[in-house]
Design a protein around this ligand. Structure first.
Ligand code: GLC
Length: 529
């Protein structure tokens, strides 16, 4: 793999649209808000934006429950605003990627409403997975699968009975919430509709898609029980799903070949899949030359702050694309996982570690994805129960708090409660400490996390040492790691131990925190060349 295409070494910035910038004071971020912040993103130096779903949706899963995939929900704007955003982003030198949600629709999608109004065996129901239940009266779910969000993966629908009355009847499958019925990917109409959606957005000038749950869609024949455990499968969005019949079924690769075939008609456009397949060889299948261009690998995000674990995550991520000849991807943070500052211990310690890990990530060959607020070193927000909105909270019977804490709006400036995100009431409360982490404040401060990441992104783009596709490991003291970009002079060292260690030889380019002479202190990373 040498960097021929822009995405192979891009820094992609994930905009969680609800929480980025609100232009109309309703407390929810929108497309016009994103448009008004393009100058900031240009300054940050990223290459592309990935916009989370802004399509018409009842928002049961904040837009990942799509009622019409070829439209803009009024809460986010309209198609004209979207077109203006794409045009302006391109003028700022930023590419635009959008989310694609092919595994399921919303229950409010016209197809699903028609399915509920139709009889078992009808073409309307054949676009989803409706099945008769087990038990004498069909009163038990058709198999033991659980939803990723908690609870059974099946909900019972009403059917017309012999007397012409609507009564509890067949069940429909939803690997996520009951508001997200899974589409039947053996149905040609489902394929044709996705192709239409791909072309609709590509023709509007977008540069690519992030394919949600790229290991979903295809289901095994007969929908056999999950034998992996009594529970019917792992719960949790980014949990590895190896051997789980709900996911990573071989048939999914035909879907990716179709997506790729469409994209190949649009030079320069790309697709990056959300893939939680743990096995390296099975992961690699998704990024073969006729499938997705890139795949999100979550190993780095899941690794604790420990040099050995970080190295293992890097080695697996590289191995998982090498076989297919694709570029690796790196991510420490997204809207589905606790923020790194909190994950690594919170407070000043968590922030120091998150800064160090960002240097590790940005030193690696391949594409990097930053999640909005990561560049500010935002911690997770503590939210009272009454504010929680993620469906996981209810569906897990309040066992899991869900992902709201990492989705709290961006603080832009000032001490007012909306911190420049909104003139109204933010859809999730912003903690007072976010007032010390605003974009405006950090731009002024050369030691801020924002200044560090800006500088790191700039060096990554402009310094000649940032070449080379592989990673060569150096010997390092216990609790530390050091690697060199193969074929280049860039060295990155990370110290996760409790003691300061000597820096590897080379001229210092950047450090994630203060150094101690020629020593790399704990919880710090440095770049040398
Ligand atoms: C994707 C999204 C996640 C959403 C899920 C289900 O994985 O990243 O936020 O909940 O799809 O639709």
């Amino acid at each position: 793999m040498s960097s021929v295409h822009w995405w192979q070494n891009a820094v992609v910035y994930q905009v969680y649209v609800r929480s980025f910038s609100d232009s109309d004071g309703d407390g929810v971020g929108d497309l016009e808000g994103v448009r008004s912040r393009l100058g900031y993103l240009e300054l940050l130096g990223v290459d592309a934006l990935w916009l989370t779903p802004f399509f018409t949706s009842p928002m049961a899963d904040h837009g990942y429950d799509v009622a019409d995939p070829r439209s803009v929900d009024p809460v986010f704007g309209d198609l004209r605003t979207f077109d203006a955003l794409v045009t302006d982003a391109h003028e700022h030198g930023l590419r635009v990627m959008i989310d694609l949600v092919p595994n399921h629709t919303s229950t409010e999608h016209e197809w699903f409403r028609a399915a509920l109004d139709s009889v078992p065996g009808s073409p309307e129901r054949a676009r989803y997975h409706f099945r008769r239940g087990r038990g004498e009266e069909g009163e038990l779910p058709p198999n033991n699968w659980t939803s990723v969000f908690g609870g059974p993966a099946w909900t019972r629908a009403l059917d017309l009975d012999a007397a012409g009355e609507w009564a509890p009847g067949g069940w429909y499958l939803h690997l996520l919430s009951p508001d997200q019925p899974d589409l039947n990917w053996t149905n040609p109409e489902v394929w044709a509709d996705l192709e239409k959606t791909l072309r609709f957005w590509l023709d509007r000038g977008i540069d690519g898609f992030r394919v949600h749950m790229a290991h979903g869609m295809s289901k095994p024949d007969g929908l056999p029980d999950n034998r992996g455990g009594d529970e019917g499968g792992a719960v949790g969005l980014l949990a590895p799903i190896d051997g789980d019949p709900r996911f990573d079924h071989d048939g999914v690769h035909d879907v990716h070949r179709m997506i790729r075939a469409v994209l190949d008609h649009y030079p320069g456009r790309t697709a990056i899949g959300e893939i939680t397949v743990g096995d390296d060889e099975r992961f690699a299948r998704y990024v073969r030359s006729d499938e997705l261009h890139l795949g999100f690998n979550f190993r780095l995000l899941q690794a604790p702050f420990d040099a050995a674990a970080v190295r293992e995550a890097i080695e697996h991520s590289l191995a998982a694309v090498k076989w297919a000849g694709a570029a690796p991807t790196w991510t420490l943070s997204n809207h589905d996982a606790p923020r790194p500052v909190s994950r690594y211990g919170g407070g000043a310690l968590g922030r120091a570690r998150a800064r160090a890990m960002t240097l590790v990530e940005l030193a690696l060959p391949g594409a990097v994805c930053l999640y909005n607020g990561e560049e500010l070193g935002l911690p997770d927000a503590e939210l009272p129960d009454a504010e929680l909105q993620d469906p996981i909270w209810e569906l897990s019977g309040h066992a899991e708090r869900g992902r709201d804490s990492c989705r709290v709006p961006m603080p832009w400036e000032g001490d007012a409660p909306g911190h420049g995100f909104t003139s109204g009431q933010p859809w999730l409360p912003m903690p007072p400490e976010y007032g010390e982490l605003t974009v405006a404040g950090q731009l002024e401060d050369t030691t801020s996390t924002l200044s560090l990441i800006r500088r790191a992104v700039e060096l990554r783009k402009t310094h000649p040492a940032f070449t080379g596709d592989g990673v060569e490991w150096f010997g390092a003291p216990s609790g530390c790691l050091a690697f060199r970009r193969a074929g280049s002079t860039l060295v990155c060292a990370l110290n996760t131990s409790n003691n300061a260690v000597p820096l590897p030889p080379g001229d210092l380019l950047l450090a994630s925190g203060p150094l101690n002479g020629n020593l790399l202190p704990p919880d710090t990373a440095a770049w040398l060349a």
